[in-house]
Ligand binder design. Structure first.
Ligand SMILES: NC(=O)c1ccc[n+]([C@@H]2O[C@H](COP(=O)([O-])OP(=O)(O)OC[C@H]3O[C@@H](n4cnc5c(N)ncnc54)[C@H](O)[C@@H]3O)[C@@H](O)[C@H]2O)c1
Length: 319
C-alpha cells in the first residue's frame, strides 16, 4: 500500500515516515520550508512540493496509487501567525482544502490530520480536557488548525472521507529538524536551548491558581505520538465509524517550575530563569484526557517518565 505523508521532512512527520517505511511504500511531499531533506528516510519517495500547488500535488496522486494520507504540512509558529496571518491561512487552511480536493478527485478516502490542543484556547478550569470541550483558539495558528479540522469534517460528510484529527498536547523528545531548537516555542525545547546557550529562560507568569503559580501542561514523547498515527490510519482505512477528533497526550500535568527543576536534576545543570508577565491566551491548566484514543484506537503512551523525555531531547540536540 502507498501512504502519502505531507510534511514528512519535519520533526514529527519524519518519525512517522520511519515507522511506516518497513510496512508501506511511503511518498513524502514537503516544501522544505521548515523541514530538512536529511530527515527524510532514504527509502521514501520524495517530492519537493508546496501543498498549495494543486497541479503538482494532484500529479503526485496521479503518479502514485495513494491509499491513505497523513497530513502534517503546516506553519506552526504562534508569534509568526500574528505577523503573517495570510501565510498561515493559506498553508493550513487552503493547503488542507487543496489536499482534500486531490483526495476526492483520485478516490482516496482516508486522512489523519495533525491538529493541536491550542484550539481549546484560554480555558479557566483544571479538568482534564476531553474532545467535547468547546474550542476557542486565541491566535491565527490555532484558528487555522480548527478550520483545517472543519474542512475535513465537511469532506467526511460530503465525500465519505474517513478521518482522524489528532489534537496534540506538548510534543517533546527526539531530534528537532530544520529549524534550530532555539526557534521552537514550547517549554522543553526552550529550556534545553537556554541551558545550551546560557540564556535566561522566561517563565510567563507565576500567579496562576496552581500549586506553585505556574502553568500546568501535558508532555508527550514524539515517538508515542508518531505511533498513534500508524494505529489511527490503519483503523480508518477500513472503518468510517471511528472518524473523529482524538486528543493525544500523556494525561499527566507538570507545572513549568516542575519541568525546570526536573531538567536541572536530569542534566545536573543549573537552569537560569526569570519570571515575566503572563502571555495573553495561555490557559493555566492544559492536560489531555486521552481516554478516547485508548478506548477506540487502543493507543496509550509508553514513555511515561518526564525525566526520559527531557534527557532524550537533550541528547538528540547537542549539535
Ligand atoms: N510540534 C508540536 O509541538 C506540535 C503541536 C501541535 C500540533 N503540531 C502539528 O504537527 C504538524 C507537524 O509539526 P512539526 O512540529 O513536525 O513541525 P515542522 O515544522 O518540523 O514540520 C512541518 C513540515 O511541513 C512542511 N511544510 C510547511 N509548509 C508546507 C507547504 N506549504 N507545503 C509542503 N510542506 C510544507 C515543512 O517544511 C516541515 O517539514 C503540524 O501540522 C503542526 O501544526 C505540532
Amino acid at each position: 500500500m502507498n501512504i502519502l505523508v505531507t510534511g514528512g521532512a519535519g520533526y514529527i512527520g519524519s518519525y512517522v515516515v520511519d515507522l511506516l517505511i518497513d510496512k508501506y511504500n511511503v511518498i513524502v511531499v514537503d516544501d522544505l520550508s521548515t523541514g530538512s531533506i536529511e530527515a527524510v528516510n532514504k527509502k521514501a519517495k520524495f517530492y519537493e512540493i508546496d501543498i498549495c500547488d494543486y497541479e503538482k500535488l494532484n500529479s503526485v496522486f496521479k503518479d502514485n496509487h495513494i491509499d491513505g494520507v497523513i497530513h502534517f504540512a503546516a506553519k506552526l509558529n504562534v508569534e509568526e501567525s500574528s505577523r503573517l496571518p495570510l501565510d498561515y491561512y493559506e498553508t493550513n487552511v487552503a493547503g488542507t482544502s487543496n489536499l482534500l480536493r486531490c483526495m476526492v478527485n483520485n478516490k482516496v478516502n482516508s486522512i489523519v490530520f495533525s491538529s493541536t490542543a491550542a484550539i481549546y484556547g484560554e480555558r479557566m478550569n483544571d479538568d482534564k480536557i476531553t474532545e467535547e470541550e468547546p474550542t476557542a483558539p486565541v491566535n491565527n495558528y490555532g484558528l487555522s488548525k480548527l478550520m483545517g479540522e472543519q474542512i475535513i469534517e465537511a469532506a467526511n460528510k460530503a465525500h465519505n472521507i474517513n478521518y482522524i484529527s489528532f489534537r496534540y498536547f506538548n510534543v517533546a523528545g527526539g531530534r528537532k529538524i530544520g529549524w534550530p531548537i532555539e526557534r521552537f516555542s514550547t517549554l522543553i525545547p526552550r529550556i534545553i536551548s537556554s541551558v545550551k546557550n546560557n540564556i535566561k529562560l522566561e517563565v510567563y507568569g507565576n500567579d496562576y491558581p496552581t500549586s506553585d503559580g505556574t502553568c500546568i501542561r501535558d508532555y508527550i514523547h514524539v515517538i508515542d505520538l508518531a505511533k498513534a498515527h500508524i494505529v489511527g490510519l490503519e483503523k480508518i482505512m477500513n472503518n468510517n465509524d471511528i472518524s473523529g477528533i482524538y486528543n493525544l497526550g500523556s494525561s499527566k500535568g507538570f507545572s513549568v517550575l516542575e519541568v525546570i527543576n526536573t531538567t536541572a536534576k536530569v542534566l545536573n545543570k543549573k537552569v537560569d530563569y526569570t519570571i515575566t508577565a503572563r502571555r495573553i491566551g495561555d490557559p493555566y491548566f492544559s492536560v489531555a484526557s486521552s481516554l478516547k484514543a485508548k478506548e477506540i484506537l487502543g493507543w496509550e503512551t509508553e514513555i511515561n517518565n518526564l525525566d526520559d523525555i527531557i534527557l532524550d531531547m537533550w541528547q538528540n540536540n547537542q549539535n
